[in-house]
Design a protein around this ligand. Sequence first.
Ligand SMILES: [Fe+2]
Ligand SMILES: [Fe+2]
Length: 294
Amino acid sequence: MNKPLSHHETIVPREHLDFRLDETVPKYWFRGDAYKTRVFDAVQSGFPDGERYFITSVRAFRDCIDDPVMRQEVRDFMRQEGQHGLAHTRYNQMLERQGMPMEDILQEGKDEFERWTKTYSPEFNVAHTAALEHFTATMAFAYFARAAVMEGADPRVKALFAWHAIEEMEHKSVAYDVMQKVAGVGYFKRVAAMAYAIKNMIRYTYIYTDRLLEADGYTRRQRIGLHVRNFFWLHGPRKGIYGSLAGKLLAYFRPGFHPTQEPTIHNYGNWLEAWERTHDPFAACDALCAAAWR
Ligand SMILES: [Fe+2]
Ligand SMILES: [Fe+2]
C-alpha cells in the first residue's frame, strides 16, 4: 500500500475526460461476474437524469443566494455534475450497444425525476437532492477505501467511477448548504428526505439490476437466486457495498449533522496528486487504488 497523501478537498471541475468506453470493454467488466457488473451498471444508469434533477433542485434557489462563495460553489457543482452526466451517458450508450433496453430504462427514470420535480415542493426536492448527494459522496468509501472492492474491475470503468466518486466528495456540502442556509429546511424534512432517498436507492438498484439481467437472458428463478446469493455482497454490515455505508448514512440523522464532519477518504490526496501531475484519470485511479487499504 502506498502512503496516503492527506489533502483538503476543493471543488475542481475537470472537463472532457475520455474513459474509452468502447466495445472492447467486456460485457461483464467486473471480474466476469454478471450480477455484480449489472448492479454497478444499473446504479449508474440513472446518473445523467439524476444529476439533471440535482442541478434543477439546487438551481431553484440560486437567485436567493447572496454569498459569493456559495454562488461560485453552486456553479462549480453544476459544472462537475454536467460532466458526470456526459460521461455516464457514454456508459449508457455502451450498455445500449450490448443490447440492454436503455431507452426504456432511461425514459422511466426521467419520468420519475420529473414527477418528483413537479409533485414535491422545491424545499423537499433540494432536501432529497442533499440526501442523495450524501449517498454519492460516500461512494468513494464504498468503492475505493479498500483495495479488494474494485480489484479485477475493467480499468476504464474503474477510472470513471474513481473520478466521479472523488468529485462527489469534493462537492458534498453544496446541496446541503443550499438546503439549510438558503431553502431553510429543518431537521424533520431533512431526515424524511434521507429516508425517502435510501428507499429509492435500494428500490431502483433492484428494479434496474433485474431488468438488465432479464435482458441478459436470466430467467426469473435464476434472477431471484442471484439476488439472494449476492445479498451480503450488497448489504453485508462490514464489507457490503451498501451495508458498509450504514454508519455514514445514519450519521445524517444526527441533529447538527453537516457533511464536512465526515472525514475525507484517506487516499483522496493520492488521486489528486497523480491527477495534477498527469491530467490522466487512469493514472489518478491507479494512485488511488495503490493507496487503498489492503
Ligand atoms: Fe455526479
Ligand atoms: Fe453530486
